[in-house]
Ligand binder design. Structure first.
Ligand SMILES: Cc1cc2nc3c(=O)[nH]c(=O)nc-3n(C[C@H](O)[C@H](O)[C@H](O)COP(=O)(O)OP(=O)(O)OC[C@H]3O[C@@H](n4cnc5c(N)ncnc54)[C@H](O)[C@@H]3O)c2cc1C
Length: 57
């Protein structure tokens, strides 16, 4: 009897901000199969004014 089951672990990541996709990339690099779920049904185009990261003194 043959089996088509996979040992790849599937993971749900909640939130498509910056943390969600970055977490999903890390999980994928670790051999898992992540899916990102985002409540907002559009992109954030035109929202906000960018991100600034001042250097530490
Ligand atoms: C006005 C403002 C200005 C800022 N300026 C800067 C800056 O200049 N530089 C900087 O470094 N940081 C800045 N920040 C902070 C930065 O935006 C946050 O630290 C960063 O966005 C956090 O990322 P996150 O992915 O953790 O959360 P979020 O970006 O909040 O993403 C979380 C996502 O999860 C989704 N979600 C929530 N609940 C669910 C659910 N149940 N199911 C599915 N999806 C869900 C939300 O819709 C959202 O898209 C600013 C924040 C604000 C409010």
């Amino acid at each position: 009897m043959s089996s088509s089951t996979s040992n790849t672990r599937t993971v749900s990541v909640i939130g498509g901000g910056i943390a969600g996709p970055v977490t999903a990339m890390a999980l994928q690099q670790a051999g898992m199969e992540p899916t990102v779920y985002e409540a907002f049904d559009g992109t954030a185009d035109g929202v906000g004014g960018g991100s600034a990261s001042p250097p530490t003194a």
